[in-house]
Write a protein that binds this ligand. Structure first.
Ligand SMILES: O=C(O)CCC(=O)C(=O)O
Length: 278
């Protein structure tokens, strides 16, 4: 079997430009959500962002953090950096289990419908004072998926606040389609490689502090990013990516997908297997 591709932190824009995509926000129509409130669905459609939502209690998130500490040590010892652990659900059974967490999946199902694929998992770990930012961007600009119906769940592994570089979003910016950006480089301190300019013209700025164990959810069209960690506390978040099973993935990205709710056509999403090791 071919090994699944890694989530490319800085993907090849030229490849993505070759595939035809339907890029716009598709509002959720769900009069009877089972886990979110109807008011939250309205907020989602207006703002493209939801949070904070409670997921893990203190003991569970402490255990997940201790587990991540080991993954991070291994990555650092292998010469990689603290942003390098991606497509982790395909390598680490415990990350697979987080991607499949029933409460988390029920929130996502309320937004995306019954048939849902989880296809991404990437730790964004800002070490104390590491100086790195995540410049303003839209996730869909990086992903060869169509139509643009993917969402990210951001799980706080550590407490995240303004001082250690929590996520910041421009609510409402998901209504602007694909927004122009300038290319940027690792030398500029950006973890990714795109920078949307003057984001304030697209929406309302919002800091999104979360306590460890809480989650937020954002649309793949939402402009978001995060400032450097100026504190002596680590700020790690695990991003978990989902889309409806009807979404088409190009460039082999469907091999990362796991049906987490309902059913999926094996032609579109063959269905990755849980890794045997944690
Ligand atoms: O964790 C961060 O600061 C950024 C995460 C992000 O850009 C994303 O979830 O797409």
């Amino acid at each position: 079997m071919q090994s699944p591709p890694d989530f490319d932190i800085t993907p090849d824009q030229e490849s993505i430009a070759t595939v035809a995509r339907d890029i716009r926000f598709f509002p959720t129509q769900n009069p009877n959500p089972r886990s979110l409130s109807p008011a939250s669905i309205d907020t989602w459609n207006k703002e493209g962002y939801l949070g904070p939502l409670d997921l893990y209690g203190r003991q569970s998130i402490d255990e997940i953090r201790a587990y991540f500490d080991v993954l991070l040590q291994e990555a650092l010892q292998a010469g990689q950096d603290s942003y390098s652990i991606s497509s982790a659900h395909l390598k680490h059974g415990r990350v697979w289990d987080i991607l499949n967490h029933p409460t988390l999946v029920s929130y996502v199902r309320d937004l995306l419908g019954e048939d849902v694929i989880g296809w991404g998992s990437h730790f964004f770990c800002k070490m104390p004072m590491d100086g790195k930012s995540v410049d303003w961007h839209q996730d869909c600009s990086y992903w060869p998926l169509t139509p643009t119906k993917a969402v990210t769940v951001w799980l706080a592994i550590d407490d995240a606040d303004k001082a250690n570089g929590c996520m910041e979003v421009y609510t409402g910016s998901h209504h602007h389609g694909l927004i122009d950006f300038e290319a940027s480089s690792a030398q500029s301190g950006n973890v990714l490689n795109q920078s949307v300019q003057k984001p304030e013209q697209y929406g309302q700025h919002k800091l999104t502090p979360l306590k460890a164990g809480q989650i937020s959810i954002h649309s793949d069209l939402l402009v978001h990013g995060s400032a450097p960690n100026h504190s002596n506390r680590r700020r790690c978040g695990l991003t978990l990516r989902y889309c409806p099973a009807s979404v088409l993935a190009y460039l082999g990205w469907n091999r990362k997908g796991v049906p987490v709710s309902g059913k999926a056509s094996p032609e579109l999403w063959p269905g990755a297997k849980r890794p045997v090791s944690d």
